[in-house]
Design a protein around this ligand. Structure first.
Ligand code: ADP
Ligand code: ASP
Ligand code: MG
Length: 297
C-alpha cells in the first residue's frame, strides 16, 4: 500500500485533477490519497473570516467565487452520473455551513474570543472537505473517509492544538488498516480535538503531515508527495533559476532543508516516516514521468 498526497496546485484546476486521476488510477496496488484544498482556497477561507469578523460583508463576493470555482470544476471533471452528488456537497458545505458560519461571525458581536476562534477553525477545514469530495467522486472505486475521525489533537499549554500521536496512530490503524477499500481519499490538514471534538488543524501546509502519519501508522511501502515542481531542490526553484534538483536525499538532509524553510514539505512530515524507514518520493503532478526526488535513510 502507498500513500499519495496531492497539494493545492495539483487539485486546483480541471487539468491538474485529470492528472491526479490518471496517477491514482494507474496504481495497481491499494492507495490512500490525501488531498489539500483547491489552491488558494484556504487563504480565501481565512480572508473571509477576517472580513466577517470586521463585520465587512465583502466576504460574500469571495464566497460566491469560491462556490463557482468548485461548481465549475465539478462540471468539468466529475463523471455525469456523480455530478449531482458532488453538487450536493457544495450545497451542504458552502450554501449551508459556510454561509451560516460567516453570517454568524459578521452579524453577531456577542461571540467571545474562544467561540470566534472555534468558528474560524471550523471554517478553515472546509477547503479540504470540498476538495476531497470532488477527488473521491472523480476517481473510480474511491471511498472517502473523514480524517478528523482519526487525526486527533490535544491543546498545548497555550491552547494551540498539537498532535495526539498515540491516539492518532491507534485510530488510523483501527479505521483504515482492514477497511478493504482499494482507493481511499482523505482530507489533509484537518483534525479534531480528542476531548471536545472541536475542529482543529495540523497547521498551514499540514496535509503533508497527515499523509506521513497515515503512511507511518499503516507501514506503507512509500509516501509520495505530489506537488508542482520536479522534486526537492537545493533551493526554491521558483526564486532561484540556478537551483539544482536533488535526486536522492537522506531524511536528515530533507529535515534540515525543511527546517530552513523549503516549503515543498511541511517540516513535521519527515519524522514519522523516518522512524519507520518509509521512502518518500517528491514528484510533479504536472510532469509525472520525471523521476522526482527519493528521500530515505
Ligand atoms: P503543495 O501545494 O503541493 O503542498 P507547496 O506550495 O506547499 O505545494 O510546495 C511546493 C513549492 O515549494 C514549490 O512550488 C516551490 O516554489 C517551493 N519550494 C521551496 N523550496 C523548495 C525546494 N528546496 N525544493 C522544491 N520546492 C521548493
Ligand atoms: N490547505 C492547507 C493550507 O493551505 C493545507 C495544505 O495545503 O497542506 O495550508
Ligand atoms: Mg505544501
Amino acid at each position: 500500500m502507498k500513500v499519495l498526497k496531492f497539494g493545492g496546485t495539483s487539485v486546483g484546476s480541471a487539468t491538474s485533477l485529470i492528472n491526479v486521476k490518471n496517477i491514482v488510477e494507474s496504481e495497481q496496488q491499494p492507495v490512500i490519497v490525501v488531498v489539500s484544498a483547491l489552491g488558494g482556497v484556504t487563504n480565501q477561507l481565512i480572508e473571509m473570516t477576517q472580513l466577517a469578523m470586521r463585520h465587512d460583508s465583502a466576504y460574500e463576493a469571495i464566497l460566491a467565487q469560491v462556490r463557482q470555482r468548485h461548481l465549475d470544476i465539478i462540471a468539468q471533471v466529475v463523471p455525469h452520473d456523480r455530478q449531482h452528488q458532488a453538487r450536493q456537497v457544495v450545497e451542504q458545505f458552502i450554501d449551508g455551513n459556510l454561509t451560516s458560519h460567516y453570517s454568524i461571525l459578521c452579524l453577531n458581536n456577542g461571540l467571545n474570543h474562544t467561540e470566534q476562534r472555534h468558528l474560524a477553525d471550523t471554517i478553515v477545514c472546509h477547503g479540504e472537505i470540498l476538495s476531497s469530495a470532488i477527488v473521491a467522486s472523480m476517481i473510480d472505486d474511491a471511498a472517502p473517509y473523514y480524517s478528523p475521525s482519526f487525526i486527533k489533537t490535544t491543546p498545548d499549554a497555550e491552547g494551540k492544538p498539537i498532535l495526539d500521536e498515540a491516539l492518532t496512530e491507534q485510530l488510523i490503524r483501527q479505521v483504515l488498516a482492514h477497511c478493504g477499500h482499494r482507493r481511499i481519499v482523505l482530507q489533509g490538514f484537518i483534525a479534531q480535538d480528542a476531548h471536545t471534538g472541536q475542529a482543529t488543524t495540523l497547521g498551514r501546509g499540514g496535509s503533508d503531515f497527515t499523509a506521513a502519519l497515515v503512511a507511518a501508522a499503516l507501514n506503507a511501502e512509500a509516501l509520495e508527495i505530489w506537488t508542482d515542481v520536479d522534486g526537492f531542490y537545493d533551493s526554491d526553484p521558483r526564486h532561484n533559476p540556478q537551483a539544482r534538483l536533488l535526486q536522492h536525499m537522506t531524511y536528515a538532509e530533507a529535515q534540515r532543508l525543511c527546517d530552513a524553510g523549503a516549503k515543498v514539505i511541511y517540516p513535521p512530515t519527515i519524522a514519522p516516516v523516518a522512524a519507520r524507514g518509509i521512502p518518500v518520493w517528491v514528484k510533479n503532478t504536472f510532469n509525472p514521468t520525471a523521476p522526482g526526488t527519493l528521500i530515505k535513510g
